[in-house]
Design a protein around this ligand. Structure first.
Ligand SMILES: C[S@@+](CC[C@H](N)C(=O)[O-])C[C@H]1O[C@@H](n2cnc3c(N)ncnc32)[C@H](O)[C@@H]1O
Length: 343
């Protein structure tokens, strides 16, 4: 059973404790002088939940940092079953079929985040989900959201776990509605569209950090360059009638504090296909949350953010829709002392 501090993180009493991993670990990674001065035990928990519900269940003003990587559009289903008829269902149901369905309607009708028929739906859903973190974020809290882009294809490949476009792993081919700007071979600029939609929703964008990947797998296309970067957006909340102020320790960021970082992805190093490299997120945690603070990853996957937060002396809470990945996270967190994190 959880201790008092751990139980206090959630408003909802209906917590499935079987899906929780609790670990304590003396901070070992210290990338900022203030971190080094205050080593402490961290506590982590993982819950099997949709991020939409998990974020709304958090205690008001309890979270210092939201650090996450949601599913990208049109890449993977992460083992979830998607209703491919959802567009027809919506058109039959909606007063304005051109409007985007609210996320709750979408999931109740079998829709999966990242597999929306239109990228506009995906962006709207992502912003709607992340907006639910607003009340839980402390005044002065931070949010770092990592997103990669997608090339449009009328016939696109969705893989359960593998990387898009690579042979050898099972895939589903699906027909995506086209027209207007949705044209074969179009780079969709989804990270930019997402960042602008977040700004429209009231968030303040502080950085568009480019995560450059020095080595990426080969691609079959001969008519374009290989995509070798993703975006990591830093958002803060507005302060009423004042310039935003928030926790920030620049000493915790990478040397030189530049907005382009080169970090090799963790291809195939865990049981999850899209794991954060620790070298990418440790500086986000150190710079954007205090020692002893609470870090939340609402799409926690293999639990890298949570493990890294705990190693840095923060508490952590994560959600994932996949029972499998909740298990992976739990095992990862429980074995943290035995595991060498890649830095
Ligand atoms: C890009 S991965 C995150 C990987 C993670 N950063 C790591 O280091 O392992 C996205 C994760 O979100 C989960 N997911 C997808 N839809 C979700 C939802 N609606 N709520 C919570 N988790 C979801 C997937 O199961 C997947 O593990």
């Amino acid at each position: 059973m959880p201790d008092g501090r751990h139980a206090a993180l959630l408003v909802s009493p209906a917590v499935d404790y079987s899906a929780i991993a609790i670990i304590r670990c003396v901070s070992a990674l210290s990338s900022s002088p203030s971190d080094a001065a205050a080593p402490r035990d961290g506590v982590a928990q993982v819950l099997h939940r949709d991020a939409y519900d998990g974020l709304a269940s958090l205690t008001e003003r309890s979270v210092d940092l939201l650090c996450t990587s949601p599913p990208y559009w049109g890449h993977r289903d992460y083992g979830q079953e998607h209703n491919e008829q959802i567009l027809a269902t919506w058109r039959a149901h909606a007063e304005d079929p051109k409007a985007c369905p609210p996320y709750a309607w979408y999931t109740e009708n079998g829709g999966v985040l990242g597999l929306e028929p239109y990228p506009e739906w995906y962006v709207a859903h992502l912003v709607e989900i992340l907006d639910r973190a607003g009340p839980a974020l402390k005044l002065g809290g931070n949010a770092w959201i990592n997103l990669g882009d997608t090339y449009f294809g009328r016939w696109s490949s969705i893989r359960p776990h593998g990387r898009q476009g690579l042979g050898g792993t099972p895939r589903t081919r699906r027909r995506t509605p086209s027209g207007g700007w949705l044209h074969d071979k179009q780079l969709l600029m989804l990270p930019a569209r997402f960042a602008i939609a977040m700004q429209d929703a009231g968030w303040i964008l502080r950085n568009d950090l480019i995560w450059s990947k020095p080595h990426v797998p080969p691609r079959p296309e001969r008519d374009r360059l290989r995509l070798s970067h993703e975006h990591f957006f830093h958002f803060v909340q507005r302060s009423k009638g004042a310039r935003p102020t928030y926790f920030y320790d620049r000493e915790g960021a990478e040397q030189g504090a530049l907005d382009v970082v080169s970090v090799q992805p963790n291809y195939g190093m865990t049981h999850h296909p899209a794991t954060f490299p620790t070298a990418l997120i440790a500086p986000r945690i150190s710079s954007s949350s205090p020692v002893g603070g609470l870090v939340c990853d609402p799409f926690c996957g293999s639990g890298t953010t949570l493990a890294c937060a705990v190693e840095l002396g923060r508490d952590a809470i994560g959600f994932d829709l996949s029972r499998t990945y909740v298990g992976v996270s739990k095992a990862y967190l429980e074995g943290i002392d035995a595991l060498q994190l890649t830095r």
